[in-house]
Design a protein around this ligand. Structure first.
Ligand code: SF4
Ligand code: SF4
Ligand code: SF4
Ligand code: FES
Length: 573
């Protein structure tokens, strides 16, 4: 342990603790910008400068380790002036048009400037040129980049992808796509994790709200909206809504008030996914000599894209089941259109997702099977919050409403798709029921819960041994894949989600500076599961009706046509 004083207050910290964290232990705030706990400590911004007695130079608190007897002063005039000066220098290379920035109101730089009372800047403004393809799901605005290098660290350390890099040298050094390439020329998974960890508006998703507003205003269009499981655990954050008001019922009411003709739940399609993917798993386990193991889940387009780009020889091991988003689109423009006597060409299908990669997925031409584009637009949780704001909907005052029927019905097993391990748990619940002839305790497979990056479970179901693995975050995914390839690990079924903690921590979820909320949001989903009277996908009455009326049975010819995809055929660029 180390004893030191900060602002004349004694504190004892563990060896290796930075001044920034020691100060936080005392409740003393030192501003920071580039620092990202556990991920990035490059000391690039110099916003956290402090004075240490006996040292001439000011030191970066995020990068200076506490020493025995150290005396630190965080708020001397010298430190305050230096920090302010450093922020002014950063602002001189930053497009400060905050009024038109997507991060206005939750930008770390904007808050720093306000907290430091910076109302003018003596430095001349010099902005880099913006040159980006506006059609990509991930948008980078160079003139808003503060060169904190967080995106480089997140993509490399958490996602194991190394898409971003330092470009150039000296005063011309900047951040960009590795090798100066375009984003769609490298293996970006479009997971969006670099976006959620960027402190400014330099990285964002492509904004598709205008497309949705136009469809809502078009009297010929029937706007059918689906909302993914993880959105309900986070949608209130961007609106400042307390958790007790940010309910599923109020969310359904808000989307209806925004103009959707039908508000449905992707949970319906998640239950359908379990029926299709679970049946595929059981079939492939029965015919094990024909198929390589393990079978990989396919509901996360970030992971699917990762595997296709990085390990193309393993693509045949991906489940052929489409993601719930895409199953929903195909069902909407076929069964739903038919039963409601709506011409599918008039349906505009909007997905509200915690995800940036789903914007890519819905535009893959080979994924459509309804005869139309199955999903017309994807809005992230952040975008739908912006849509609700621009429509001036006073969400807190809305009475709760139900989802529409029949595609609004979902089970507890479906809602946990939004947390890492949820797909596996839902699949095991139904596999048990199929093989044992009766339902298990719905919490029997809870060993796969929690935000650990890699979890394993073995179970014997109906006399069949099942070895399963769950991973989230693409760096963890890579380790699992490499272990399988090297023969170090043997599994039958593997669930992978590209974002750490699964969709609850998805790249399209609200920004929360310095906080990782996947675990907390996941808990909300497990609570919804516990409170749902139906906790097994095979007991979803609307899914049963869809099979009775339209699909016949899982893996039927029609199910194959509409609910499955040839994974080897997707366009990747
Ligand atoms: S794009 Fe964002 S995260 Fe990356 S260096 Fe620039 S400001 Fe930092
Ligand atoms: S979207 Fe994901 S893979 Fe692509 S650059 Fe960002 S963090 Fe890396
Ligand atoms: S984990 Fe969820 S949010 Fe992240 S890329 Fe996959 S589907 Fe999208
Ligand atoms: S936060 Fe310490 S140098 Fe950037």
């Amino acid at each position: 342990m180390v004893n030191l004083r900060i602002n004349d207050r004694p504190v004892t910290v563990e060896d290796g603790t930075s001044i920034l964290h020691a100060a936080r232990q005392l409740g003393i705030t030192i501003p920071s910008l580039c620092y990202l706990k556990h991920v990035s400590k490059v000391a690039a911004c110099r916003v956290c400068m402090v004075e240490i007695k006996g040292t001439d130079r000011l030191m970066a608190a995020c990068d200076t380790i506490c020493a025995e007897g150290m005396e630190v002063y965080t708020n001397t005039l010298r430190a305050l002036v230096a920090r302010r000066n450093n922020v002014q220098l950063i602002l001189s290379q930053h497009d400060c048009n905050c009024a038109t920035c997507v991060r206005s109101g939750n930008c770390t730089l904007q808050k720093l400037a306000a907290d430091m009372n910076i109302i003018e800047n003596p430095y001349e403004t010099k902005l880099p040129a913006n040159n980006w393809n506006p059609k990509l799901p991930v948008i980078r605005t160079a003139s808003k980049c503060v060169q904190c290098f967080r995106c480089i660290a997140v993509c490399e350390k958490i996602q194991g992808m190394s898409v971003w890099d330092f470009l150039g040298t000296g005063s011309r050094a900047t951040v960009g796509v590795r090798g100066g390439k375009k984003l769609d020329e490298v293996n970006c998974a479009y997971c969006g994790q670099c976006i959620t960890h960027c402190p400014t508006g330099a990285l964002r998703e492509r904004d598709d709200t205008e497309k949705v507003i136009s469809a809502i205003d078009d009297p010929k269009k029937v706007v059918v909206l689906q909302v993914a499981p993880a959105v309900r655990a986070a949608w209130g954050e961007g609106l400042g809504l307390p958790k007790e008001l940010a309910t599923e019922g109020r969310m359904a009411a808000a989307f209806r008030a925004a103009g959707a003709n039908y508000v449905f739940d992707t949970n319906f399609a998640a239950d359908l996914t379990i029926m299709e993917e679970g049946s595929e798993l059981l079939y492939k386990m029965k015919h094990s000599w024909e198929f390589r193991r393990p079978l990989f889940t396919s509901c996360c387009p970030g992971w699917v894209r990762f595997l296709k780009l990085e390990y193309p020889d393993m693509v045949p091991q991906l489940s052929t089941a489409k993601s719930p988003q895409q199953m929903f689109g195909a069902v909407t423009k076929t069964w739903f259109a038919k039963t409601h006597n709506i011409d599918p060409k008039d349906i505009f299908c909007v997905s509200v997702m915690p995800c940036v990669a789903k914007k890519y997925e819905c535009a893959v031409p080979e994924i459509n099977s309804s005869g139309f584009r199955d999903v017309d637009a994807v809005l992230t949780t952040r975008e739908v919050d912006r849509l609700l704001r621009l429509k001036w909907i006073n969400v807190a005052d809305l009475p709760e409403e139900e989802f529409d029927s029949p595609l609004g019905e979902g089970t507890g097993a479906a809602v946990i798709f939004g947390a890492t391990g949820g797909v596996m748990e839902a699949a095991l619940r139904t596999a048990y029921a199929v093989l044992e002839g009766h339902n298990p305790d719905p919490d029997a497979f809870q060993a796969v819960r929690g935000t650990d990056g890699r979890k394993e479970i073995s179970a014997t179901i109906g006399g069949v041994p099942v070895r399963a693995c769950v991973a989230s975050g693409l760096a963890n995914a890579r380790t699992v894949v490499e272990d399988i390839r090297a023969g170090r690990a043997q599994y039958d079924f593997v669930e992978i989600m590209a974002c750490p903690g699964g969709c609850a921590g998805g790249g399209g979820q609200p920004f929360q500076e310095g906080m990782e909320l996947a675990g907390e949001r996941g808990e909300t989903l497990y609570e919804i599961d516990r409170n749902n009277p139906v906790r097994f996908s095979h007991e979803n009455a609307s899914v049963q009706k869809a099979y009775d009326d339209f699909f016949d049975k899982p893996l039927s010819h029609r199910a194959h046509e509409l609910l499955h995809t040839d994974q080897t055929k997707w366009s990747l660029r």
